[in-house]
Design a protein around this ligand. Structure first.
Ligand code: HEM
Length: 282
């Protein structure tokens, strides 16, 4: 098993932050601005999501579809007999997989798989289709997703996870379970089935560096860096799309209320006007 709780010596920590040639560092540098802006966006939206379970579940539903597409593509490529399969297999470990966990979390909120089985928002559909198509043509682009989306869970993900743990009221009531048990069962997206997350993160980063250092061309690395930028930008767009969708639904509901209940409102107003008119004669 690759992930363990064994202590990792400083010499085993790869790549060094100062290693400008390491693919992971190059991705981080290129996406620094995008990371800062998604960071601000997510802090804002996450605080809203913590007050409204509907928004939270829409968020994890989006990640469910994205991780499902990545992991489906990853399994497809690792099963092939190619040089890229070797690279992917050297980095991959089952502990990183997110699809099943997100599925479990979503079942707590929706209770029925049919309610979240397929993405319905345009940008999400486009993102998932893009992942599956582009990685079929260029399997090495999976390395962009393996860096950006999985490592995000160890930093930003940890922050979200601790905030969620303080918001027990947001989780659905489940017969026979305490609020804390429900919270633990519904937030498995942020947890790894290993003794020590930090060892997993360090080993994952080290294997990523060793597997990508000499086995990709400069052109392939450039493409991975550009794809990483795309991942950040599209992730932000998907988050904003959820907000726009909710706003449209709210506006739709308001318009509906006015259309259906407007008749009664008019009546009340008419009666009030009449009363006012009559009083002015008394
Ligand atoms: C509130 C939202 C977020 C916060 C507060 C946050 C915070 C952080 C922090 C503190 C680091 C560590 C920086 C370092 O070690 O030098 C980090 C790294 C990183 N984050 Fe985020 N992040 C957030 C959202 C995201 C999202 C949405 C993504 C992906 C789309 C992402 C992708 C990454 C990546 C790829 C790294 C580099 C990991 C590495 O090289 O070890 N982050 N983030």
């Amino acid at each position: 098993m690759k992930a363990s709780s064994a202590r990792i010596t400083q010499s085993e920590v790869l790549p060094l932050k100062s290693d400008l040639g390491a693919l992971a560092n190059r991705i981080n540098k290129r996406t620094q601005t995008a990371h800062n802006s998604i960071n601000k966006l997510m802090v804002l939206k996450f605080s809203l999501a913590l007050r409204d379970a509907k928004i939270y579940r829409q968020g994890i539903q989006m990640y469910y579809h994205v991780f499902k597409s990545i992991e489906k593509s990853l399994q497809r490529e690792m099963a092939r007999d190619t040089q890229y399969a070797e690279i992917l297999k050297a980095i991959y470990r089952p502990a990183i997989l997110r699809t099943e966990r997100l599925h479990q979390d979503l079942m707590f909120f929706y209770g029925d798989e049919k309610k979240f089985a397929t993405p319905i928002l345009e940008k999400q559909i486009e993102f998932c289709e893009h992942i599956e198509k582009v990685t079929q043509e260029k399997p090495y682009l999976l390395l962009a997703y393996m860096h950006v989306l999985y490592l995000a869970l160890f930093a930003g993900g940890k922050i979200f996870s601790s905030k969620l743990a303080q918001t027990l009221g947001m989780f659905p009531h489940v017969e026979g379970k305490t609020a804390e048990e429900v919270m633990l069962g519904a937030t498995t997206f942020f947890k790894f089935d290993v003794e020590d997350d930090e060892s997993l993160r360090i080993e994952y980063k080290r294997d990523y560096e060793l597997a990508t250092r000499n086995s990709l061309t400069e052109h392939e690395k450039q493409e991975i860096i550009e794809e990483s930028q795309y991942v950040f930008v599209t992730n932000s767009e998907c988050v904003k799309e959820i907000e726009t969708h909710n706003l449209k639904r709210l506006q739709g509901k308001l318009a509906y209320q006015v259309a259906t209940k407007g008749y009664y409102v008019m009546w009340v107003l008419a009666v009030l006007c009449m009363m006012y008119y009559v009083r002015s004669f008394i």
